[in-house]
Design a protein around this ligand. Structure first.
Ligand code: CAA
Length: 247
């Protein structure tokens, strides 16, 4: 039986590419996304995947709510199978210079980008440990490493992901469960295209590769970190940013 892989934010630009890459790798991807999405959006996404020959179930939940995540994961386990791979990809931006940032913008980003990681990982972790196999990949950002003016909230959550990843990786290394992160740079998704045109042009000019990244370039890294033979890679972060920032 194919191993089941949940991708949160599964219907978004990166999430869709991740679902496809996992399917190509012989996994049964499950896309989880926000329960505020309309049925039309879900149906279109599923139909688009079907047209590509991919049958990917979609489950809606609110990753900022522990109860909502618990309910969705329970359903997925009953209807699809045990969850052996989790990609914590759901994330939002509420960019503003700090002097203009509201408490609502701060907390929305904390809840969706950081608290979601607890809410989701907690649902699958114990069973991965019991089974002696699991792969957890947390999606951070180049801006969690270098910071970014206008993103004190977002960058704070993305840096926090490193601490979580490295700590949990130590706890479960002996149990066959790996925990890693990926730090994408600026990728050609809706999130990045929403940046004001003049600001984005200045950012792209600083990327040594000279272009935005492709979602498939992040998905490829997810496929690598979740592979059966990637069991010796844990507590690591892989940057995929076109040379924007080196560590
Ligand atoms: N460093 C220092 N100062 C900066 C700066 C920077 N990088 N960028 C702008 N400033 C300064 C400006 O020069 C300006 O100064 P003055 O007032 O003295 O002229 C001041 O900050 C205000 O700048 P803006 O006009 O841009 O302010 P705004 O309020 O209109 O917009 C903003 C603020 C929405 C945050 C906008 O600057 C912006 O979109 N910045 C880009 C943020 C960004 O990179 N987001 C990434 C989103 S994609 C993503 O997050 C995916 C991922 O993981 C990479």
């Amino acid at each position: 039986m194919s191993k089941v892989a949940i991708v949160t934010g599964g219907l978004g630009g990166l999430g869709t590419a991740m679902c496809k890459a996992l399917m190509e790798q012989g996994r049964q991807a499950v896309a989880m996304d926000y329960n505020g999405l309309s049925q039309d959006v879900v149906d279109k996404w599923k139909a688009d995947r079907k047209a590509e020959g991919l049958d990917i179930p979609v489950y809606l939940a609110d990753v900022t709510s522990f109860e909502s995540c618990a309910e969705a994961v329970k359903k997925i386990e009953a209807e699809v199978g045990p969850i052996e791979i989790l990609v914590n990809n759901a994330g939002i931006t509420r960019d503003a210079m700090f002097h203009k940032m509201t408490a609502e913008q701060w907390h929305a980003v904390m809840n969706t980008n950081l608290n979601s990681i607890f809410n989701m990982t907690k649902q699958v972790y114990d069973k991965m440990i019991e089974r002696g196999w699991g792969r957890i990949v947390n999606i951070s950002s180049v801006n969690g490493i270098k910071g970014q003016a206008g993103q004190s909230n977002y960058s704070a959550t993305k840096s926090a992901i490193y601490g979580f990843t490295k700590s949990l990786a130590q706890e479960c290394a002996k149990k066959g469960v790996t925990v890693n992160s990926i730090s994408p740079g600026y990728i050609g998704t809706e999130m990045v295209r929403a940046i004001r045109e003049d600001v984005l042009a200045k950012i792209v000019a600083t990327i040594p590769v000279g272009r935005l990244g492709e979602p498939s370039e992040i998905a490829r890294t997810v496929a690598f970190l979740t592979a059966d033979d990637a069991g010796f890679v844990t507590g690591e972060d892989i940057t995929v940013n076109g040379g924007l920032y080196f560590r």
